[in-house]
Ligand binder design. Structure first.
Ligand SMILES: Clc1cnc2c(Nc3ccc(N4CCOCC4)cc3)nc(-c3cccnc3)cn12
Length: 270
């Protein structure tokens, strides 16, 4: 039985940044020199937002996943005031910052990220897990620039009905999520389509400038989609096959992985 870890087992290398519920630090485990990212969450904050059940689910789900495009959660521990998540360190940082810097990705880069995302989602869906919160802020980059899905705070076992109020942007949410209906794994297919658009265009497809939630919702419900002409026909085809109002009409992940826009840049999976 692995012994309980404590904060004394680690020494601080540098702060990495601020997440939703606390700071993230680059740490070195004293005995082995092993480098990790330590996510520190204040228990008081957790209680204030009634998020302890969501964190418990995040830990249960993420600690049992093993896939090169999913950030590993190695272990966790807590003291009187804080909970510590010992996570895999992603040396190339946050994908959304790279997207902001580059404004949009070249087609080969977007195709590679969508391929990696689809591979990770196929793995999750085989385990009947839906992520439900796929967006650039939840994507990190590994040592070779490979995409890593992090933050499983909204993941659940499919099928599901939402019990927690949605906060933050609606930009990535499927119509059935926004409408509060029962939903299942196709919600991640919708988000994949939104991300494919955003990687190539630089902004999400249903974003409204004044951030009026109702207007965003109306655009999502109508699938009011305009794809700029610089986007290749094959990429447009994939985006249109994912951004379908009816969940069952969205292209299955197995078909995404074999789509010409994906296989052109990532080699045909057997
Ligand atoms: Cl969990 C987890 C695992 N790895 C990371 C990570 N890695 C990481 C690597 C490298 C750079 N830099 C690369 C050179 O340019 C400056 C940034 C940043 C973050 N960051 C965060 C994080 C979280 C919140 C805010 N900001 C960053 C969470 N992480």
């Amino acid at each position: 039985m692995p012994r309980e870890w404590t904060l004394d087992d680690f020494e601080l290398a540098k702060p990495l940044g601020k997440g939703m519920f606390g700071q993230v630090y680059l740490m070195r485990e004293r005995q082995s020199g092993y480098i990790v990212a330590l996510k520190v969450i204040l228990k008081s904050e957790l209680l204030k937002y009634k998020m302890e059940h969501q964190l418990r689910r995040e830990i249960d789900i993420q600690s049992n996943l093993k896939h090169k495009n999913i950030l590993r959660l190695d272990t966790f521990f807590h003291d009187k005031t804080r909970i510590y998540l010992v996570l895999e360190y992603a040396p190339q940082g946050e994908l959304y910052k790279k997207l902001k810097q580059m404004n949009q990705f070249p087609e080969w880069q977007a195709s590679k990220y969508i391929y990696e995302l689809a591979s990770a989602l196929a793995y999750l869906h085989r385990k009947h897990i839906i992520h439900r919160d796929i967006k650039p802020e939840n994507l990190l980059l590994g040592i070779h620039g490979e995409l890593k899905i992090s933050d499983f705070g909204w993941s659940v076992h499919a099928p599901s009905s939402r019990r927690t109020t949605i906060c933050g942007t609606l930009d990535y949410l499927a119509p059935e999520m926004v409408e509060g209906k029962d939903h299942s794994s196709p919600v991640d297919l919708w988000s994949l389509g939104v991300l494919c658009y955003e990687f190539l265009v630089g902004t999400p497809p249903f974003e409204v400038l004044d951030e009026d939630v109702q207007k965003t919702y109306d655009k999502i419900a109508k699938v009011d989609l305009f794809i700029p002409k610089h986007v290749s026909e094959e990429a447009k085809d994939l985006i249109r096959k994912l951004l379908r109002y009816l969940p069952d009409q969205r292209l299955a992940l197995e078909r995404v992985l074999l789509h010409p826009w994906i296989t052109r840049y990532n080699g045909r999976t057997t």
